[in-house]
Ligand binder design. Structure first.
Ligand SMILES: [Cu+2]
Length: 141
């Protein structure tokens, strides 16, 4: 007869270890999912199909110049996977540098080019300004 026990870890114990691992996997996947959903992309759909609100991350490239209207707020933004275009199709938008006209109450004084930012983008395909940045904060990870 072998001097070693047949089951160094009892089956019940193995099950518990397995259950723990699966539980962590589920928690990790859920966290990843929630993170993905809440971090970048469209917020709760507005009742108006022409209005969409997105949370977007990017790098501030240029601040607007009140003296020179041609100098707009430019942000290199990450891809917006669930971007809905003017025709109502979810086409997504790849990452790019583009202008984001800020809402009148937005204070850009704490920001400088090169800053990592997280911002809210409100799109209204029916009414100007069609794109408007309605909130901006440092993008901290
Ligand atoms: Cu873009």
């Amino acid at each position: 007869m072998s001097p070693f026990p047949a089951h160094p870890i009892c089956p019940w114990r193995q099950l518990t270890v397995l259950a723990n691992c699966s539980l962590w996997l589920v928690i990790a996947s859920l966290a990843a999912l929630l993170h993905g959903c809440s971090d970048t992309g469209e917020l709760a759909q507005s009742p108006d199909p022409d209005v969409h609100t997105y949370i977007v991350h990017g790098i501030l490239r240029q601040l607007p110049d009140p003296e020179d209207p041609s100098k707009q707020l430019l942000i290199l933004h990450q891809a917006i996977p669930n971007w809905i275009n003017e025709e109502g199709y979810e086409t997504g938008m790849p990452g790019m540098t583009m202008p984001f006209p800020p809402a009148p109450d937005i204070d850009l004084s704490p920001f400088s080019p090169g800053d990592r930012v997280r911002f809210t983008l409100r799109v209204n395909w029916e009414k100007a300004p069609r794109l408007q940045l309605t909130r901006i904060e440092p993008w901290l990870e």
